[in-house]
Design a protein around this ligand. Sequence first.
Ligand code: FAD
Length: 453
Amino acid sequence: MENFDLAIIGAGPAGYEAAVFAAKQGLKTALIEKSELGGTCLNNGCIPTKTLLHTADLYREMTNQADIIGLDYQALSFDMKKMQLHKQDVIQKLREGIAKLMKMHKVTIIKGCAKIVGEHEIAIQSDEKVENIEAKNILIATGSVPAMPPIKGAELTINSDELLNDENVYEQIAIIGGGVIGIEFAFLYASLGKRVIILEALDRILANMDKEFAQSLKMLLSKRNVEIQTKALVQEISYNEGTKKYNCKYLQKDAEYIISADKVLMAVGRRAYTQNLFADNLSIETDRGKIKVNENYQTNIENIYASGDVIGGIQLAHVATAEAINAVCHMLGRAPIYNMKLIPSCIYTNPEIASVGMTLDEAKAQGINVKTIKYPMGANGKTVLSLQERGFIKIIVNKETDCILGAQMMCAHATDMISQFTQAIQQELTLVDLQKIIFPHPTFNEAIGKAVE
Ligand code: FAD
């Protein structure tokens, strides 16, 4: 039986990034994957959604703005089959990149489905054969899959994995769930000129986000022909053979409504994936399906670690990576590298939304005396010249220390710009520190300099 220092189950952003890091530290590392390298992020998540959104955004911008900015064309249309081919090409290139990276760092890739059969032993099933390996430490990075709520007729809906690979374009799509995934798909379809209806059970979309941003986004979505129904509790989904449409029956303020659509996307979250992962003799503690870990990402069996979507928490690719690398640090007896208290989060709408650190409400709840700086992107030259949606930047500053505590942005390139604030908060920079920075002109980034002036 081959013996490794570390065996990692799952080659998503938690697994493959941890594998490279561990190998660089001299650990003999195995990376086991039952499907494709890259996990949800590369194959069914971050990369394919943003690739399709990129095309859809260009389509919308060209359709609305070509004439204004002086471009002339005969007719512009989109071809979902070609969009899908392009998306697959992007995925393939990045997959090859990961494979090269593993080879370069001498990580052993084992293709197959892993089952932990002992504290140090994994059985890997591929085709007809089973191979067993031993490892001093094991890292579970098996991710998550779309959740399917117990709603009557839920099996008639499709999930994000399926919609991302669908070559059809639906004239009207209903989306159950107004979280990040639902909203990104709403933008995708709206940018392609299709009608979208969002049914959200809570009283607002993007419930975890700063209220002002969620409100601005709601207004923007309605301008783009997206209907949003909040406090809408979906009761049943059915298919009408006559109209060839799906009907969603929902309750709102005690009244019953029905909307119909050509397809229904279920986007109500994701659940940790641990199917057949443990032999019966192993008892790994879980909490509503998620693997329970301590602050070092150890499960109740100390040499078995877990990180990424499978432990719940904030289900984002960069969080999965940071957790997994911190877990490897613990195996090596080192301090963690990443500060898990400071996590940027981004939504790839148009304009983009990004946030890091405290919101105004969070700072107030902690009794911190703060001031808010708000800067409108309508005053930013690059925003105006490129006909971007206006949006704004909000910076939360500690009134007593002048330190930056948080930032929220809604503007073009917000997802790239947010790192400047992550760094400022991490290094405990003050407003005066930010004022010293010279930003090139014209850039979106210079709005940060203007905001803190
Ligand atoms: P995963 O990426 O899910 O990888 C787990 C891997 O484990 C899979 O490849 C799976 O096949 C493998 N596996 C499972 N069980 C076994 C087994 N027994 N044996 C062998 N292999 C196994 N996050 C962002 O940060 N930014 C975004 O823009 C973003 N967009 C998203 C869009 C969508 C539509 C979705 C669904 C998600 C998005 N996410 C985004 C979330 C992000 O994809 C996840 O947080 C991230 O992929 C989690 O990484 P992970 O390594 O924990 O798990």
